[in-house]
Design a protein around this ligand. Structure first.
Ligand code: NAD
Length: 504
């Protein structure tokens, strides 16, 4: 393995140091500014997906730990909400510190989540950008409005933070997916309890160290490690946490909706996807090919916005499938820390088994073109796969969340639209055509929260992110995050005493 030859700071010695550090201690919670063991002292193990050996031991949080974190966050809220200027200063400091610790964060994410270095480096940079972007919003965005009705009343609105935010994240891109919620939540005056996924808990620990180094007031940011049904559920049910930002599976999102209903919590759910990429015969086929291959196989295929259903127009179908298979065959599968690697191991043996089950279903129900088999017997490696299917097949309808592309032919625009929308999910869509009117028509009628035209997924922080149907319930990003993480209040003041009807 050529460990990070092209990235001088990440040497094999550096990687060994990071490994030793995580192996030496049990990863703690971060509550009220201090690293603490779990109240019950229970621990769980997190595995290295490249060999399934134990990477670290982590305290397994329960309701008592969440309660301590929620109380600390509630107490810290009183001071934190006071000054946007102060929050801006801290967020800028956090962005700098994320950059300072970028190498360690990148190595931890590669080791823990199996994501490859080239992807993870970009994600760490994005994590820092999340803080610098929302730092700039902290002061400006809280501005209110006035409502001139007549000269006897002053009506105005103000935005105030909601309180303690519960942030529950999945295992596929833990640092990026947590910071893009933590940053706006904090910028707009809230405090946070983060519950990271149990399969990739390590960067949350490093993030907590960065918060400590930034010297944030204790309790503003807290991390409780543990399982979804225990620590996660305790966050969902805690009465002092009025808001939940959740990213994960659709079924978990539905359960959280149910469990939080008695407390009428504010929810933002970012859920699963089965996003179509639609390639018309007039498209720039080279670019469409590059984008389709990147969108399904990057992040090891464990990507919510993956273009996992490629809808390809009939006339070019066979040739395009052949080229997809050629490209899949050339993808470099390897250790996440090898800078040459394009696809790393899947997160966990259980997830590998799930993806391999879909491969078997695909082989029975659809036409297997290439790949999909396990590589080796130690880690969770799998060869990027290509299937030709009909749109109603299981592998065309269910989220596999692995490097398996399902390709489906279509006749014309109406057929493409019908097939694209025939899905319970509606997160992203991608349209490739040189006919701009058609591209806009498709974008208007596609049942997706986000559509990219002649492009892969390049996300800009001010734009609304989120899905429709079973892919989610909300939008975040830019002003949409402001709406979610604040309450809008109306205040009315008479400038001249208004007549008051007299009763009694
Ligand atoms: P998951 O739903 O199993 O777990 C997500 C988080 O929820 C974890 O932290 C888990 O511990 C916690 N959890 C589980 N049960 C819980 C409960 N009863 N109460 C509270 N918390 C609970 O999802 P996953 O397997 O970690 O992630 C993969 C899924 O995430 C895929 O479906 C993928 O599409 C989705 N995802 C969506 C987006 C998006 O932005 N739409 C982004 C990334 C991943």
């Amino acid at each position: 393995m050529k460990l990070a030859e092209k990235t001088p700071a990440i040497t094999p010695e550096f990687i060994a140091q990071v490994r030793q550090r995580v192996a030496r201690q049990t990863v703690p919670h971060f509550i009220n500014g201090a690293f603490v063991p779990g109240e019950r002292g229970e621990v769980f193990e997190t595995l290295d997906p490249s060999d399934n050996q134990v990477l670290a031991r982590v305290y397994r949080g329960h309701a008592q730990d969440v309660d301590k974190a929620a109380r600390a966050a509630k107490a810290a809220f009183v001071g934190w909400k006071k000054s946007a200027k102060t929050r801006k200063k801290y967020l800028l400091r956090l962005a700098e510190l994320l950059e300072k610790h970028a190498d360690e964060l990148a190595v931890l994410e590669c080791l823990d989540a199996g994501q490859v270095l080239r992807i993870v480096r970009a994600q760490v940079a994005r994590a820092a950008e999340n803080f610098s972007f929302y730092a700039e919003w902290a002061e400006r965005a809280m501005e209110g409005q006035t409502f001139p009705v007549d000269d006897t009343w002053l009506n105005y609105s103000v935005r105030v933070p909601v309180g303690v935010c519960g942030i529950i994240t999945p295992w596929n891109a833990p640092l990026m997916l947590s910071t893009w919620r933590i940053a706006p939540a904090l910028a707009f005056g809230n405090t946070v309890v983060l519950k990271p996924a149990e399969w990739s808990p390590l960067t949350a620990w490093k993030l907590a160290e960065i918060f400590q180094e930034a010297d944030l007031p204790p309790g503003v940011f807290n991390v409780v490690q543990g399982f979804g049904e225990e620590a996660g559920d305790a966050v969902v049910r805690h009465p002092d946490i009025p808001l939940i930002a959740f990213t994960g599976e659709t079924t978990t999102g539905a359960l959280i909706t149910q469990n939080s209903a008695p407390l009428l919590k504010r929810l933002s759910l970012e859920l699963g996807g089965k996003s179509p990429v639609i390639i018309f015969e007039d498209a720039d086929l080279e670019r469409a090919l590059d984008a389709t291959v990147f969108q399904i196989y990057s992040f090891n295929g464990e990507r919510c916005t993956a273009s996992s259903r490629a809808l390809v127009q009939e006339n070019l179908f066979d040739a395009f499938v052949e080229r997809l298979a050629e490209r899949a065959a050339r993808i470099r599968v390897g250790h996440p820390l090898d800078p040459e690697t394009e696809v790393g191991p899947l997160i966990h043996p259980e997830h590998l088994a799930r993806v391999l089950r879909y491969v078997e279903i695909g082989k029975q129900e659809s036409r297997h073109v290439f790949g999909g088999e396990r590589i080796g017997s130690e880690g969770n490696y799998i060869r990027p796969g290509v299937f030709v299917a009909e749109n109603h097949h299981t592998i065309a309808q269910e989220e596999i969340f692995g490097p398996i592309l399902t390709v489906i032919p279509f006749k014309d625009e109406a057929d493409a639209l019908e097939k694209a929308n025939h899905s319970k999910y509606g997160l992203a869509a991608y349209v490739w055509t040189k006919d701009l009117s058609r591209a806009h028509r498709m974008a208007l009628h596609l049942e997706a929260g986000m559509t990219w035209i002649n492009a892969h997924n390049v996300r800009h922080l001010p734009t609304p992110f989120g899905g429709v149907k079973f892919s989610g319930t909300h939008r975040e990003g830019g002003a949409h995050s402001l709406e979610f993480y604040t309450e809008l209040k109306h205040i009315a003041v008479p400038l001249v005493d208004p007549p008051i009807p007299r009763f009694g």
